[in-house]
Design a protein around this ligand. Structure first.
Ligand code: SF4
Length: 143
C-alpha cells in the first residue's frame, strides 16, 4: 500500500538508534552464533556475555522492539536471545510497552523468568512421576 508523504519516515530516523548501541564497535561473533560452533556451553557463554553488553545499552528497548517486531531470527538483540524471543512471541510481548511504544524489557525479562521457572517445575514433576512409576530409565526387574 502506498503511503502519503506525511507517513513516510526517513530511514535514518528508523535506524538511528543502532548508532548508539553499545555493541556498535564489538565483534558480531559475540552476538551471533557462528555456523561452525555447535557447542551448547560456548553458545550460552557467548549469549550471556552479549546480554551483559545489552544490559546497560541506552537503546536496549528500541533494539528489543525492533527484533520482536520484525521477527529477527538470529542473534542477541536488546538482551534477548533467539530462544528468548521465541518464548516471548509465544507468551505475548506487545502488551508490555512503555509510554513511547517500546518493549518494556524489565517486564519481559520477568515474564521469561516466570515461564522458565514454570517449565522447570513441570519438568521436575514429570521426572518425579517417572521415578515413582519406575520409568526412570533403569530396568528394576529382579534378576
Ligand atoms: S541492546 Fe544489545 S544488541 Fe541492541 S544495540 Fe544495544 S548492545 Fe547492541
Amino acid at each position: 500500500m502506498a503511503r502519503s508523504t506525511s507517513q513516510l519516515q526517513p530511514i535514518n530516523d528508523v535506524w538511528e538508534w543502532q548508532l548508539l548501541g553499545r555493541c556498535r564497535d564489538r565483534s558480531g561473533i559475540q552476538f551471533f552464533h557462528p555456523d561452525d560452533d555447535l557447542g551448547r556451553i560456548s553458545r550460552r557463554m557467548r549469549e550471556a556475555a552479549a546480554k551483559r553488553v545489552c544490559d546497560n545499552c541506552p537503546v536496549r528497548r528500541q533494539c528489543a522492539t525492533h527484533a520482536l517486531t520484525v521477527g529477527e531470527e538470529y542473534g542477541v538483540w536488546g538482551g534477548f536471545s533467539e530462544n528468548d524471543r521465541t518464548i516471548l512471541r509465544e507468551l505475548g510481548w506487545q502488551d508490555a510497552l512503555d509510554r513511547r511504544g517500546f518493549a518494556d524489557v524489565t517486564t519481559l525479562e520477568r515474564r521469561l523468568m516466570r515461564a522458565r521457572a514454570k517449565a522447570r517445575k513441570a519438568k521436575e514433576r514429570r521426572e518425579q512421576g517417572e521415578h515413582h512409576s519406575g520409568r526412570s530409565g533403569f530396568d528394576r526387574r529382579p534378576t
